[in-house]
Write a protein that binds this ligand. Structure first.
Ligand SMILES: [Ca+2]
Length: 579
């Protein structure tokens, strides 16, 4: 196993550290004043009495003041969602040893994410946090609080053609989210928030309602649309647009079909896409503060997804940090270059996080802003085979698989500036510098954020998520769901037509159509406590346990109204079979 090749924890280039893929290595801020209204109200919210002048002022304009006071005490919410950054694609160690202490692995040495380290030091990080295995299912789960088995966006959405797969459910929700759907930004808007989308959307195909985030409750949309990968990250190339024109899908034949829209002012400049999105996000934060409105910022980076040419484009600002690694060829020399490029894209996102934190601090609103940093699926790193222990070592698999490396993502929650006397921080304490090991998932963010923001979901809206309030405070929550269902009834992923279900330490993967990947059978059963790398299939040795957990998997699918793959006739559902 790769983790056994190296025992060093040092970052020094003089002490060689073997990354997981090789056998040998030679490491060769704004004009807003500091007493802006949000900060002022936070600071003074606990004062017991009003001055006569203030009281008179309130009496003279009761309606405006009441609304303003209410909105200014609400916390701002920032989600930084990165694309294809797995739990190991960071210098922050998320995994722990048997004593529960953070344990560094070679990939933690390879990556350099100082701002994630900064956020982790002032917040709590989760090491059993799950997302769906590909983009759109996770993004829709975040927006709705529902598992993909329930909302039926079970695959990434191809913008132009229905990608159900040959035996995928024909009526899966390729169309994505609509104007009628209950969404987090729509509910936050109703609760008084300015709702801002910056970056990747991928909520619906081209021309659909979900193709424009403004149809989903976002007041503002910058650079988000149907496509999930950028044509190119380079401003010099206009992010794929031809001659500064609008997206080529509007002007057939010009530029790339996945050209990033809406960033014309950076065209022809050396501004990396990640930097452009960060500058735009910070400008939107400033505008919201000047408007005295609490905001929900969904900063959804395209990085570190591959560009439209399926290659990882280097972020030149960080290339030097990875050139020190002399990587031993392992038969796929393109991987070495791409792995470095992938790491530069990750570090670009990390810089973005730092820039946003600094900006919040400069504006004086950091204490009143909750930052949630997370990845949208497992690692997209190019190293190793899709189902091997490589990209996310010591976890098996990568993006697009039901193995842990495909679904476990980094998640850090922190107040942008901890201050235990801040009213919102007292209402939702966060245990700084700690690791939460209880299981949680992407759809838990929906009820968590709504509760903090004072929003409500309609009673008829069924949620799979549960609030994370107790877990964020660093305490165990016996009432929190200890299971995770991942339903992937399609063929275009790296593990195909399969459903996995984790229950405590145990996990089953059910393969609707047995293959080499599934060891030739329907079932793979793993004990994650003893076998984190999912190497020992215990399906044959533990028949009673297998049957019990398969029954739980089937019940979960039926409860959520899941759609199944179909047989060779293209229409008969293939529901899971009990062993
Ligand atoms: Ca993704």
């Amino acid at each position: 196993m790769f983790g056994s090749m190296c025992r060093s924890n040092s970052r020094s280039p003089k002490k060689p550290i073997a990354p997981p893929w090789c056998n040998s290595i030679k490491p060769s801020s704004t004009n807003c004043c500091r007493i802006c209204r949000n900060a002022w109200n936070t600071e003074h919210a606990m004062k017991p009495a009003l001055t006569l002048f203030t009281a008179l002022l309130l009496a003279s304009v009761p309606t405006m003041r009441a609304a303003d006071a209410d909105s200014s005490t609400k916390p701002n919410i920032v989600i930084v969602l990165t694309d294809d950054q797995g739990i190991m694609d960071t210098s922050v160690p998320f995994l722990t040893d048997e004593a529960g202490k953070p344990k560094r692995h070679p990939l933690n040495e390879f990556h350099h994410t100082p701002n994630m380290e900064r956020l982790a030091a002032q917040g709590i990080r989760f090491n059993n946090f799950y997302a769906m295995s590909v983009c759109s299912p996770t993004r829709v789960a975040l927006m709705t609080g529902q598992n993909s088995a329930r909302h039926h966006v079970t695959n990434w959405i191809h913008p132009l053609t229905n990608n159900a797969g040959a035996q995928g459910p024909p009526n899966w929700n390729w169309n994505g989210l609509t104007k009628e759907d209950v969404t987090l930004p729509r509910l936050l808007k109703k609760a008084g928030y300015r709702t801002i989308e910056v970056g990747k959307g991928h909520f619906g195909p081209y021309g659909s309602e979900g193709g424009d985030p403004r149809n989903l409750g976002f007041d503002i949309n910058i650079a988000g649309w149907a496509w999930g990968s950028p044509a190119t990250y380079y401003g010099e190339k206009n992010y794929g647009n031809a001659g500064g024109a609008a997206n080529p899908l509007h002007r057939a034949g010009k530029g790339s079909r996945s050209a990033v829209p809406g960033l014309q002012k950076y065209h022809g400049t050396p501004t990396h896409l990640t930097e452009a999105l960060t500058l735009e996000a910070n400008e939107q934060i400033t505008d919201a503060v000047h408007a005295h409105q609490p905001f929900f910022l969904y900063l959804s980076h395209y990085a570190a997804h591959s560009a439209d040419n399926h290659q990882f484009e280097t972020d030149p600002r960080f290339a030097k940090n990875y050139n020190k690694w002399e990587l031993t060829p392992v038969g796929h020399t393109w991987m070495e270059t791409d792995a470095r490029s992938f790491a530069t894209l990750v570090e670009g996102v990390d810089k973005s996080l730092g820039d946003v934190l600094d900006h919040l601090d400069r504006l004086g609103i950091a204490e009143n802003t909750l930052v949630l940093f997370l990845g949208d699926n497992g690692s997209g790193s190019p190293w190793g085979g899709a189902t091997e222990v490589a990209s996310a070592s010591p976890l098996r698999g990568k993006k697009g698989t039901n193995y842990e490396g495909g679904v476990r993502v980094p998640f850090i929650a922190a107040w942008a500036k901890p201050n235990t006397s801040n009213p919102n921080q007292r209402r939702q304490p966060i245990a700084a510098g700690t690791i939460q090991s209880q299981l949680a998932a992407i759809y838990d963010l929906f009820p968590t954020i709504l509760a903090l923001a004072g929003g409500d979901a309609p009673a008829a809206h069924v949620m799979d998520g549960q609030p994370l309030d107790t877990l964020l405070a660093g305490r165990p929550d016996p009432g929190h769901n200890e299971t995770f269902l991942l339903h992937y009834p399609h063929a275009t992923g790296r593990t195909i037509y399969c459903t996995s279900y984790r229950e405590g330490d145990w996990k089953v993967i059910y393969h609707y159509f047995p293959s080499i990947v599934s060891d030739g059978g329907h079932y793979q059963l793993f004990n994650l406590r003893d076998d984190l790398s999912e190497q020992r299939n215990l399906a044959t040795r533990e028949p009673e346990r297998l049957r019990r957990i398969m029954q739980s998997l089937i019940t979960a699918l039926e409860t959520q109204g899941a759609q199944y793959p179909v047989g060779q006739d293209g229409k008969t559902p293939e529901s899971p079979k009990l062993p």
